[in-house]
Design a protein around this ligand. Sequence first.
Ligand code: SF4
Length: 424
Amino acid sequence: MEPCLPIEPAWPKSRNTRQARAAWGSRVVTIGGDAPVRVQSMTNTDTVDAIGTAIQVKELAIAGSELVRITVNTPEAAAQVPYIREQLDRMGIDVPLIGDFHYNGHRLLTDFPDCAQALSKYRINPGNVGKGDKRDRQFGQMIEAAMKWNKVVRIGVNWGSLDQELLAGMMDENSKRAQPWEAKSVMYEALVTSAIESANRAVEMGMDANQIILSCKVSGVQDLVSVYRELGRRCNYALHLGLTEAGMGTKGTVASSVALGILLQEGLGDTIRVSLTPAPGEARTQEVVIASEILQSLGVRSFVPSVTACPGCGRTTSTTFQELAKDIDDYLRAQMPVWKAKYPGVEKMKVAVMGCIVNGPGESKHADIGISLPGTGEAPAAPVFIDGEKALTLRGENIAREFHQLVEDYVEKRYGHAQATEHA
Ligand code: SF4
């Protein structure tokens, strides 16, 4: 059949959300509206250890986290928050801090005004602010603190700590329906209702609706998709998106990537967090790397140059190309803290490292700079392609080192000039 229309390139839908401003001093990170989807993360240090927490916040920020959440669970932790902020300012770490409050946030924000002021955003869990009469009063106290200090709030519902009174009431109502819904649907409804009604209460109290971000976290991929679709349909608050308790390693990474990928493609999610359980000894920064990769894979943001590498197969039995691909990837990531300022636009660079002649030259031509290594039985020569043209052929023992140098030269030539032009 003859094509009658060109195939549309896929792209995430846009959603017109409100824009929140997480500020500290004269600095601001915007979330929602026309802001890029923000990467955020959370520390796992004891907040009472101000130095240890500031160091981890610094690591997360350097890895690319644009907002960092810290636990504020005790008076001792709240007392340390201003010192953590101070340490970060002293180290030149430009990242806003979010306080994660449960149960006693109303008291901590009242008793520790320096903490309330040092944070840029408060996370409030409507399921954990108190029961009965206390619930509305304590929730109200936290909103008042946010209004007093002009802070963003995330009303963060989690199905592990869903407001039990609300859920019980909805279950009761459901049992009276002629055709009761499935328990799961009632749970979805309770999550979305808890978030939206809490936001409405905050707005009734006088809170600026732009300063409210919502989240409804669950741990199942399809559950998250169902809940966020409905949340997005019912409101235009900026949304914090994440799969809660995603788990460890491959499972956590894949589940988060699938869930966030689906929803981001539908325009749902203004800031994301990957809730990965680190393996013993694994860096906390891994969750930032994965969150950034999700956004970069979707093409919505660029953080580091990307390396396209083939998976390898029986046509290339040596490990040379695997080693080179890893070497280049590690090298590019390590350079980014310096390159970001020195070579504007370098984060969009594409490098290809391919294993043989089948797809090697073709894929390398699509990249900014690419190398097609010789497969088994091929002549020991590695053509290098720059900007789609074959530039030279590397031979001998030092192919890896020479390609490394070619990448460095390419970056300097292409993006060093961009800097010179920008500053001219
Ligand atoms: S490029 Fe060559 S080595 Fe790599 S996967 Fe394809 S056929 Fe195999």
